[in-house]
Design a protein around this ligand. Structure first.
Ligand code: GLU
Length: 488
């Protein structure tokens, strides 16, 4: 098995592209096959200089490694289509010689005027095809001498695939089953553009053949192009690879998840945005794996290794799948919370120290233990400033509602009690607080709220005793006393 991911460097890698790469990767790893990365950069008008680097960075971030491709090499290289022009030119030449392709000189204006002329109610979108080509300026309608003269004079031309009517083009898609198209519905696709570079269609099939690709796994948007590809394979006498078209990714409100409608709903579309927002790569991978594939069980959490074991194309659905950002957040929470304190602390320590001064790694690890079940993103921890520094303000709304006249004196007394405590752990603190409220004959809330508020500046947060234990006696007594005097 040889599979490939063949992105065009026309912009940042889209999450749909990452899913395609992932499914190819999973299958290759599962079957002991080879995963190839090929950069389809023949469209110079849409070329974006940083796009390739973004593709490489995104794959690496997601943990998707390839066996052949840019930077890695391989015996089927080069892996940039822009470096393979001669190959495409020679195939185009063979196709012309075998009467499977022809040269066409029509200008865009002439093609437009042909469309105007032939447009009818029953044929609203005329194409350059077996019907209209006979009235156009091409090597099928000109004499050999006329073609030669035009070419010698440097007239711009394209090469088109000659699609004859009356053929049924069929193939078996690994996801969709038997698919067929009538050749009358397919236009004479441009294979070589007037800049002498191949179009996607030509370069794609030449490379899939030359690179020995056995399975083409790509998005459903390429399904309508497949009959052209099959006809090209047939014209060259090559066996077509197994095709598999992945279901469309739909917006939560229906319709394709286009950049525009994703933006409207606050859904990032580029992998880079997920990276920058702080998503866990393993969470995005797990989520994307489930976006079109299902394991056939209730299990939702899969590591990359587990995905490789479980993945197969026959559990990929045909129907479009809705993108659910809440579900992705859920995956992210599962993954952040499952990271060890050491691992999270190593990732965060520099930033914590640069924001809050000399915090020790062991302290940070304990803070993570306390906060773990409240984290959605790794970086959430950085925002919990009270973990690292005394509060500088107190939530006014919460104080208005719950700060009472006796809050300050109670706090001062409680701080005194705490100063005298011999042991300082969660249990001792809980006992101290309970003894204190029993002595004073006040309710739990009468002391818990002021303690929490003066410790954190907020009305809610993590487990109170755990927090006091973490902060230590000196800090707790200091914050309680300071808060009592500020809030009065
Ligand atoms: N270059 C195409 C793309 O950008 C590849 C499609 C295919 O996999 O055939 O998606």
């Amino acid at each position: 098995m040889r599979v490939r991911f063949a992105p065009s460097p026309t912009g940042f890698l889209h999450i749909g592209g990452l899913r395609t790469a992932l499914y190819n990767y999973l299958l290759a790893r599962k079957e002991g096959g080879v995963f190839v990365l090929r950069i389809e950069d023949t469209d110079r008008t849409r070329f974006v200089a940083d796009a390739e680097q973004d593709i490489l960075d995104s794959l690496k971030w997601a943990g998707i490694t390839f066996d052949e491709g840019p930077g890695v090499g391989g015996k089927y290289g080069p892996y940039h289509q822009s470096e393979r022009s001669e190959l495409y030119a020679s195939v185009a030449k063979q196709l012309i010689e075998a009467d499977h392709a022809y040269i066409a000189f029509d200008t865009p204006e002439e093609i437009e005027s042909m469309k105007e002329r032939t447009r009818t109610d029953s044929n609203p979108n005329p194409r350059y095809d077996y019907v209209t080509r006979i009235e156009m300026t091409n090597s099928l309608t000109l004499t050999e001498q006329e073609v030669k003269t035009r070419m010698d004079s440097g007239a711009p031309f394209v090469v088109r695939l000659k699609i004859n009517p009356g053929q049924t083009v069929s193939f078996t898609d690994a996801i969709r089953g038997d698919v067929s198209f009538e050749s009358e519905t397919v236009d004479d696709q441009v294979l070589v553009k007037s800049d002498a570079l191949p179009t996607y269609h030509l370069a794609n099939i030449v490379d899939d053949h030359e690179m020995g690709i056995t399975h083409v796994i790509r998005g459903e948007e390429w399904l309508p192009s497949t009959p052209k590809h099959i006809l090209l394979y047939q014209a060259m006498g090559w066996a077509a690879p197994q095709m598999a078209h992945l279901p469309l990714i739909l917006s939560p409100t229906g319709g394709k998840l286009s950049k525009r409608n994703a933006d409207k709903q606050g859904i990032p579309v580029s992998v880079a945005q997920y990276r920058e927002t702080g998503y866990e790569p393993a969470a995005l991978v797990n989520f994307l794996a489930m976006l079109g594939w299902n394991p056939g069980t209730e299990t939702e959490l899969f590591s990359m290794e587990e995905l490789i074991q479980a993945f197969s194309l026959d559990r990929v659905g045909q129907a479009g799948v809705q993108f659910d950002l809440q579900k992705l957040k859920w995956f992210n929470e599962q993954y952040v919370r499952s990271r060890s304190s050491k691992n999270l602390s190593a990732a965060l320590l520099d930033e914590v120290q640069s924001r809050y001064g000399a915090i020790e790694a062991t302290y940070l690890e304990r803070a993570i233990d306390l906060m773990r079940e409240r984290l959605s993103f790794e970086k959430d921890l950085l925002e919990e400033s009270y973990l690292f520094a005394d509060p500088t303000s107190y939530d006014e709304g919460a104080c208005k509602k719950r700060w009472k006249e006796n809050s300050s004196p109670l706090l001062v007394d409680f701080a005194n009690e705490l100063s005298g405590l011999d042991s300082w752990d969660r249990n001792a603190l809980e006992t101290a607080l309970k003894t204190f409220i029993a002595d004073r004959e006040v309710g739990m809330g009468a002391i818990m709220f002021p303690v929490r508020m003066t410790l954190t500046g907020m009305g809610s947060g993590p487990d109170l005793y755990g927090m006091m234990e973490l902060f230590g006696k000196e800090v707790v007594v200091r914050r309680l006393t300071a808060g009592a005097s500020t809030l009065g």
